[in-house]
Design a protein around this ligand. Sequence first.
Ligand SMILES: C[S@@+](CC[C@H](N)C(=O)[O-])C[C@H]1O[C@@H](n2cnc3c(N)ncnc32)[C@H](O)[C@@H]1O
Length: 304
Amino acid sequence: MADDRVKVEAPNQEEKDEISQKNVSSNGESAAGNQALSKRQRKKLLKQQKWEEERELRKQRRKQRKQQRRLERQNHQEEDGGDTQNARKRLRREVMPSALRIIVDCSFDNLMLIKDVCKLHKQIQRCYAENRRALHPVQFYLTSLGGQLKQSMDEKDKGWVNWKDITIKMEHYSEVVPKDDLVYLTSDSPNVLEELDEKKAYVIGGLVDHNHHKGITFERAKELGINHAQLPLSSFVKMNSRKVLAVNHVFEIILAYLEKGSWQEAFFTILPQRKGAVALDQDGTADKDSDSDSDTPEQTEKKD
Ligand SMILES: C[S@@+](CC[C@H](N)C(=O)[O-])C[C@H]1O[C@@H](n2cnc3c(N)ncnc32)[C@H](O)[C@@H]1O
């Protein structure tokens, strides 16, 4: 393509300074001043005038070139537009929703201070966002929604009323799902979850309590006579802190397990570094090398 740029050389800074100095010193007597200019200075002045005169022209040319580039880009996109759309369709097809249900039980609202309700609100937002982008999104339920949590949602995130792919109920989960389908996830249960059953509804206690209400969800599950289980943390990781996880971590571990089919990978992808998770060998001893290919990003940062 021919280069149609205006080839007028701009005066360099030294030249500009020299000319403007001359102009300043000749203020009020410009004609006489111009007369006094040397041949070289007049040449420079003319050059500057030409540069100024063609400013508008250069602007138009720049605009034309920009427009042309935009058109070229558009043509390009139209040419391979079909491919991009196909790729998008492929991606959409790869997402396979799981039949598994996860319920966040929000019936502990009156046991929390408002700052902990706000933390729970954020954890629920995180669960919702992660589920929306998961490869195998679960059937997500919030039950017993009301009180301080609903107030926080109404005030800080009015958009929640438009959330998609989620069932939000004011009722207790036992009124929403048949009892036989329910499994309460609680770190206090003696039962250890081996695998996930897609026909079940797993309940997570919607509670941020800094362990002030230790065992409360286990007691509730027993009172209701429903199944309960803890995540198989001790079989796969050695942790330097207690095994009570936050709502969103439990939720995300389940999403990761559905995607990877491995508890160990799911734990290492999701668990925060401060939990100090170390992989266990099959004989149950801490395996110092095994974290080399299952590092969480945080762990990698720390090691480096
Ligand atoms: C911060 S914990 C609440 C702890 C609370 N004291 C209790 O008794 O459940 C939030 C919820 O995550 C789930 N959870 C946390 N750690 C778990 C684990 N190791 N196994 C199974 N569920 C867990 C439980 O449903 C729990 O109610």
